[in-house]
Write a protein that binds this ligand. Sequence first.
Ligand code: PBG
Ligand code: ZN
Length: 326
Amino acid sequence: MEPFYRGRRLRKNAAIRSMIRETRLSSEDFVLPIFVVEGENIKEEIPSLPGIYHYSVDRLDEIASQMEQTGVPACILFGIPDHKDSCGTAASDPEGVVQQAMRRLRQLSPDLYIIGDVCMCEYTDHGHCGILNARGEVLNDATLPHLAAIALSYAEAGADMVAPSDMMDGHIAALRRTLDDAGFENVAIMGYSAKYASAYYGPFREAAHSAPAFGDRKSYQMDPANGREALREMQADLDEGADILMVKPALAYLDVLKEGSTQFNLPFAAYNVSGEYAMLKLAVEKGLMNESVIPETLTAIKRAGAKLIITYFALEAAEKLKKGEW
Ligand code: PBG
Ligand code: ZN
């Protein structure tokens, strides 16, 4: 029997494959996560994230010039403070590591798009993403003013966008109101709308010293079993004024990304998280998989609906794309 449909005709050679390719990665898709630590002259590889470093503010010139050279337009900053307390006060300190890093990066690369991750877990001594009551429960409404203060301090330090990753209800509205009242109506908000309680964050928590001291994050981050609930979260963020919606992690949640980006008419981001990075990095390093698994994976995230891809591969991927190797 001769087949009627021959899909192979359009796979015959590189020219036609390229002409009909639906999804193309570009350095402009990427947002690079940067970890900033206190101290001086520090550039230290993070053991759980090979190829990714802790930087002190005075060493950020290196990474800023790498971003410029490779054409990565944006970064998202995470701070690792020396001082932690129950309310995470260091997070909104105008002289905090992230705020200093924002001012430094703005000086180094005026056109760099700077995003600040708004959360408390790196700054609280208990490692949870909000304020606790006596029973150790994370209080939603009491946490909101703290998050708003962090976002405001980022805006004052020159952030273009703030991205609350705490999963408190009503946080987008709280941040929007605070930013607008202070005259920062052009600072954008990216909601970590569908952020799941995921084991894929393991390497990040080691890198950011942000593992909860007790319990887990299941009372605020989403149940991995739920897709429909993610759409409800996205709707809430949209209604509260988010400019971009995010799905996190990316790979095990591509269905959520696809569904959300089909239903909602605003740009979507996907966070290709630390565990996803570490898995591929180690597998390639050990020779278990060819390096092309990296562009394959990033392309899949874009195909599923992400306009922005937050990824630890950003610099490496942008470099390869620039050289035409991917
Ligand atoms: C903080 C935060 C986390 C990540 C981004 N912001 C960790 C967490 O929720 O425990 C994870 C990023 C990654 O794994 O790469 N709330
Ligand atoms: Zn957190």
